[in-house]
Design a protein around this ligand. Structure first.
Ligand SMILES: [Zn+2]
Length: 223
C-alpha cells in the first residue's frame, strides 16, 4: 500500500497532489515533461501558438542549463514553467530529503537563471511522491502536480495515433494532460509532439480552453 502511494500520485497519500483543475469552466491543462529540447520543444511552442493555447512545462534543470534560450521562449509565449527535477533521477522519491531538496533547488536555480522566475510547481520524476518528497515540498513551499490522463508518449512504442487516442479518452473539463516535449534521455521526438495538433483541434471541437495550471486554478473575478 505504501508503494502504491508512491507510484500513484492520485492517491495523494503523503501530500496534496494536484491531478485535476476545477471543471466548472470548460478548461483543460496540457503539461509537457522532460524538456527543454531545442527542436521538439520549439515544435510544441509553434503548435500551441497556432491554436492560441497555453500550457505548463515541467523542465529538467540539466537541460535548462544547456538551452536557456528555449526556456525564455516558453516564458515569452505566456506559458508556465515548473520543475521536474534536475537530472530526472527516477529514484528521487527514495533519496534523503536533503538530496531531494538539492536536486529540486538546482532545477529551480536553472530556470531562475534563464527566466528570472523561480518556479514553485514540481512534478517529481515518474510522478512518484514519497513521504520524503512530501516533506521537501512542504519545506520548499512547492506545489506538487500530477495528472488525470497521460499519453504515455515518452515510450518508444507509442505512435501519434495511440497518444491521441489516449488523450482524447480523458479530455474532459478539468483534465490535466501529461505529454512530453522531449524524450527523457535521447533526441527522439515523443509521439505527443506529432499528435498535438489533433489534440488541440479536438479540445477546440469540445469547447475546451487550454490554459496553464495557474490560469486554471486562479479565482474567477467576483461578479
Ligand atoms: Zn519525466
Amino acid at each position: 500500500m505504501i508503494l502504491a502511494g508512491v507510484m500513484i500520485p492520485r492517491l495523494a497519500m503523503f501530500a496534496p497532489v494536484i491531478c485535476c483543475v476545477p471543471s466548472r469552466r470548460l478548461q483543460v491543462v496540457l503539461t509537457f515533461d522532460d524538456g527543454p529540447n531545442p527542436e521538439s520543444t520549439r515544435k510544441v511552442l509553434a503548435t500551441l501558438g497556432s491554436f492560441g493555447a497555453h500550457a505548463t512545462f515541467f523542465v529538467l534543470g540539466e537541460k535548462a542549463r544547456t538551452a536557456p534560450e528555449v526556456l525564455r521562449e516558453i516564458a515569452a509565449a505566456g506559458h508556465e514553467i515548473g520543475v521536474h527535477g534536475d537530472r530526472h533521477d527516477r529514484l528521487l522519491s527514495l533519496r534523503h530529503p536533503d538530496r531531494i531538496a538539492f536536486d529540486v533547488e538546482r532545477a529551480q536555480g536553472a530556470v531562475a537563471a534563464a527566466t528570472g522566475q523561480r518556479p514553485r510547481l514540481f512534478r517529481p520524476p515518474l510522478g512518484h511522491v514519497s513521504p520524503r518528497t512530501a516533506l521537501v515540498a512542504r519545506r520548499l513551499g512547492l506545489t506538487l502536480v500530477g495528472w488525470s490522463v497521460r499519453a504515455r508518449d515518452g515510450l518508444a512504442g507509442t505512435t501519434a495515433a495511440v497518444a491521441l487516442r489516449r488523450v482524447v479518452a480523458g479530455l474532459r473539463p478539468g483534465a490535466i494532460v501529461l505529454l512530453h516535449d522531449a524524450a527523457e534521455r535521447s533526441q527522439r521526438e515523443p509521439a505527443g509532439v506529432a499528435a498535438l495538433p489533433d489534440i488541440l483541434a479536438e479540445a477546440r471541437r469540445r469547447g475546451l480552453r487550454c490554459v496553464s495550471l495557474s490560469q486554471a486554478l486562479a479565482q474567477e473575478p467576483s461578479q
